[in-house]
Ligand binder design. Structure first.
Ligand SMILES: [Zn+2]
Length: 682
C-alpha cells in the first residue's frame, strides 16, 4: 500500500556532501558508482499494486575520486545523542529512475526476485503496536503445519529488524517496486524511536512482548551489539537513498556508542554476554558482569558485524572512531584461539590461515568483517587471511551448487540460507577488492542453491501445509493470517539437495539472502569513465547498458549499449574460448582477452553486442553425507539432480526440466533503471 501523499525526494541532496580527496585511497575496496546525474520526473506503474508514483525532478550528486565516484561524507565534529523521538526521513522511497517495456529472455532475473522479496520483507511484519514497538518481525515461519503459522522470538526485533531495514532499500533499487512503502517507513520509525543512550538501538522491554526473554530473561530494554552493527548498515543504506543528514548523525552516535560500551584490553576490545535478552546484549544502564564469554561460536556471530559496519562507515564518512572500533574488534577476533578448532595435519597452520570448524554462518560472517577492516586500512595480511578462510570454507558442502552446511561437525545438517548469503557476500567482496576472482563462484551459488532456497511457489507451500500436522495457534505470539502469501519471496532456514525439509523460515536468512541478491545484482555490471564491466552473464538493466542472458537454454548473451565506449565481459571458466563469437551489430568483432575478460572497444550508443558460445552439458557425481548424488549441468546451472527425496511436508527444489529446452522462452517486462545505487558493504 502506498500513502496517498507519498512523493519521492524533492530535496537537493548534496548539501552536506563535500569531496574529501584524501579518502580516495581508502576506497579501493569499495565499488564505485555513477557520476553527476540529473534525473527527470518519470511515472512508474507497479504491476499488481495498482499504485502509481509521480517522481519529481531532483538532483543527485555523488562524488568523484581518482578511482571512481561514490558517496563520501565529512566526519561529524558535533556528535551528540539523537533524541529518541527524532523522526525518520519523511519521504523514503524508491530512487528516481526510469522504466520501459522490453521483450527479454525468461531466465533468472534477480530484479524480479527482489520484487518478490519485498512481499516477504514487508508482509511478515506484525502491525500490532506494543508500547511503541510496531512492525516487529515474526522471526519463525512454519509452512509444514496446518495451518501454516509464524511466530515471534527474542531475536526478531534486536538483530533481524535491522537486517530487513537494510534489505528493503536494496530491493527497491533493484526492482523499482513501491510495494508496502508505508509499512517500511513505519517500521523504521518504530526502530528509531528506541535509539537511546549511548546512541544505541534497543529492543524495548514490555509485558506486551513476553517473547523478548526467549533467549535469556530480561527486565530492561537491551541493545544487541550485533543488531546495532546491522542497524548501522541499515542506516547507511537509508542514508544513501534519501541523503537525510539525520542518518549520518545517528550512525556516528551509534558507532561511538559501541566504542564506548566495548570492554577495552589494550590493543583489542570485546563485548561481554551478560545473558540479558538475546546473547551479547547491552542492558540499558550498563553491563552487569562485563565478563568475556567463553562461547567462541557465539562470540564470532555477535562480533562479526561490527568490523564490517565500522569499516564501511569509515570508508564512507572518514569517521576515525569508526576505524578505531573496527581495529579493536578485529584484533580481538583474529587471535589464534578464535580459529583452528579442527583436525588438520599439524604442519598446516590452521589458525593463521583462517581455517575453522563449527557454525558456518558465524565464521564466514567474521571473515567478511576481517576483509572489510583489511580494505579500510589496506592490510595485505588480513586480506590474505580472509581469502584463505574463504577458500577453506568453500571446501565444506557442495560448492558447485552453492550448498553449505549450517554446522560442519555434525552429520546430515542442512544448508542455512545465511551460509549461501555469506559466501556470496565474501566472494563478491574479495573479487571487488582484487583479492582473487570469484565471479564464477558467485554465478554458481546464485543460479543454484540461492535461487532454490527462495520460496516463490504458493501452490507448493500450500501442498506442504496440507500434508502437515494440525496446530493450535498461540496468539498473539503466533498467527496464521495469510502466512503463505505474506512470506512469498522469503528464504528458508534449511535446504537439502532436492527439497526444503519441513519447510520453514528463520528470517535471519531472508535478511542476509536478500542482501546477497543485491551484491550479485550490483556485481553484474559496473561503469566508470566510459568503460563498462560485465562480471556475470545474468540479466540486468543499468543506465549504461542492458544485458539479456539466454543461459542456460542457449549460449547467448546480448548487451544493449547505452553509453559505454568499451565493455569488458568476464567469460566463465566453462566457456570454450576458441568457440566464442562476438558480433557488434551485424559485424563480426575480434575476440580479444585481457585475463578473464573479453574486450569490446569502439562502441557507440545503441550498439548491440552479441556473444555466442556452446553451453557444455556435464554429468557430475558427488558425495553428500555418504550418499552419491548425480547432477546434470548446463554451464553453471544445475538442470537435474538425483536421487530425489519426496517428503510430503517438504517444498521440492531443482524442478528444472524446463531448462533442458534449447530455446529460451521470451517474455515482456517493464524494466526499471536507476543510478541511485547502494554501495555494497559485503
Ligand atoms: Zn539464517
Amino acid at each position: 500500500m502506498l500513502s496517498a501523499n507519498y512523493a519521492l525526494g524533492s530535496r537537493t541532496l548534496a548539501r552536506d556532501l563535500e569531496p574529501e580527496p584524501d579518502l580516495a585511497a581508502r576506497s579501493r575496496c569499495v565499488v564505485r558508482h555513477s557520476d553527476f546525474r540529473l534525473n527527470k520526473g518519470k511515472r512508474v506503474k507497479e504491476s499488481g499494486s495498482g499504485s502509481e508514483v509521480t517522481r519529481r525532478r531532483f538532483v543527485q550528486r555523488t562524488l568523484t575520486s581518482a578511482a571512481g565516484s561514490y558517496l563520501l561524507l565529512k566526519t561529524s565534529k558535533t556528535a551528540g545523542l539523537v533524541a529518541a523521538s527524532a523522526p525518520v526521513s519523511e519521504e523514503p522511497g524508491i530512487p528516481a529512475g526510469s522504466s520501459y517495456d522490453a521483450s527479454v529472455p525468461d531466465t533468472l532475473d534477480l530484479a524480479e526476485r527482489a520484487r518478490l522479496a519485498l512481499r516477504c520483507l514487508t508482509g511478515t511484519l506484525d502491525p500490532a503496536d506494543r508500547d511503541g514497538v510496531q512492525y516487529e518481525i515474526y522471526f519463525h515461519v512454519t509452512f509444514a503445519a496446518n495451518p501454516a503459522w509464524m511466530g515471534h522470538d527474542g531475536t526478531g526485533l534486536p538483530t533481524n529488524n535491522p537486517k530487513f531495514a537494510e534489505s528493503m532499500p536494496m530491493m527497491r533499487v533493484m526492482s523499482g517496486s513501491d510495494h508496502n512503502l508505508d509499512v517500511e517507513n513505519a517500521m523504521m520509525k518504530s526502530m528509531v524511536r528506541f535509539i537511546q543512550p549511548p546512541g544505541l538501538y534497543y529492543a524495548h522491554h514490555t509485558n506486551l512482548r513476553p517473547w523478548d526473554g526467549t533467549w535469556n530473561p530480561t527486565d530492561v530494554d537491551f541493545a544487541n551489539v550485533y543488531g546495532n552493527a546491522r542497524m548501522v548498515l541499515a542506516m547507511m543504506a537509508w542514508y544513501q537513498r534519501d541523503r537525510d543528514p539525520a542518518w549520518k548523525k545517528r550512525i556516528d552516535n551509534m558507532v561511538e556508542g559501541l566504542l564506548q560500551v566495548a570492554i577495552n584490553r589494550g590493543d583489542y576490545s570485546f563485548f561481554p554476554d551478560d545473558r540479558v535478552g538475546e546473547a551479547f546484549s547491552y542492558p540499558l544502564g550498563g553491563w552487569r558482569s562485563g565478563r568475556e564469554s567463553d562461547n567462541l561460536g557465539w562470540t564470532h556471530m555477535y562480533h562479526s558485524g561490527i568490523p564490517r559496519a565500522a569499516a564501511s562507515w569509515y570508508l564512507m564518512s572518514g569517521n576515525p572512531k569508526a576505524l578505531e572500533l573496527g581495529r579493536l574488534i578485529t584484533n580481538y577476533m583474529i587471535r589464534p584461539k578464535m580459529w583452528g578448532d579442527i583436525d588438520e595435519p599439524r604442519y598446516i597452520q590452521s589458525a593463521d590461515l583462517g581455517h575453522w570448524g563449527g557454525h558456518f554462518h558465524s565464521h564466514v560472517m567474521m571473515l567478511r568483517g576481517v576483509l572489510s577492516y583489511a580494505c579500510a586500512v589496506n592490510d595485505g595480511n588480513l586480506k590474505e587471511f580472509a581469502r584463505n578462510g574463504y577458500e577453506f570454507s568453500r571446501t565444506y558442502g557442495v560448492p558447485r551448487l552453492g550448498w553449505f552446511p549450517e554446522v560442519t561437525h555434525e552429520n546430515n545438517r542442512p544448508c542455512e540460507s545465511c551460509c549461501i548469503a555469506d559466501m556470496i557476500g565474501l566472494a563478491t567482496a574479495l573479487s571487488r577488492a582484487g583479492v582473487g576472482d570469484y565471479w564464477d563462484d558467485v554465478d554458481m551459488y546464485v543460479r543454484n542453491q540461492l535461487a532454490e532456497q527462495q520460496v516463490i511457489d504458493a501452490d507448493l507451500l500450500q501442498g506442504v501445509s496440507q500434508h502437515s500436522p494440525g496446530i493450535k495457534i498461540d496468539s498473539p505470539r503466533q498467527t496464521s493470517d495469510q502466512v503463505i502469501q505474506r512470506n512469498i519471496g522469503g528464504f528458508v532456514g534449511y535446504g537439502n539437495l532436492t527439497e526444503l525439509p519441513k519447510t520453514w523460515i528463520m528470517h535471519c536468512c531472508t535478511g542476509n539472502s536478500t542482501q546477497a541478491l543485491y551484491y550479485a545484482w550490483e556485481g553484474i555490471t559496473q561503469f566508470q569513465n566510459g568503460a563498462a564491466v560485465v562480471n556475470l552473464l545474468l540479466n540486468r538493466a543499468a543506465p549504461w547498458l542492458d544485458i539479456d542472458s539466454y543461459l542456460p537454454y542457449e549460449g547467448k548473451v546480448v548487451i544493449k549499449n547505452k553509453k559505454a565506449e568499451q565493455v569488458s565481459v568476464r567469460i566463465p571458466a566453462w566457456v570454450n574460448r576458441n568457440a566464442l563469437k562476438c558480433r557488434v551489430g551485424d559485424r563480426e568483432s575480434p575476440v580479444v582477452f585481457a585475463g578473464n575478460y573479453l574486450l569490446v572497444k569502439g562502441l557507440s550508443a545503441r550498439d548491440q553486442v552479441t556473444l555466442t558460445f556452446p553451453v557444455p552439458e556435464e554429468t557430475v557425481k558427488f558425495q553428500w553425507y555418504g550418499e552419491t548424488y548425480t547432477a546434470q549441468l548446463r554451464g553453471s546451472t544445475v538442470v537435474e539432480l538425483s536421487p530425489r527425496r519426496q517428503s510430503a511436508d517438504a517444498y521440492q527444489i531443482y524442478l528444472r526440466n524446463g531448462y533442458k529446452a534449447n530455446t529460451a522462452p521470451m517474455k515482456n517486462v517493464t524494466r526499471y533503471v536507476t543510478d541511485r545505487l547502494i554501495v555494497p558493504n559485503s
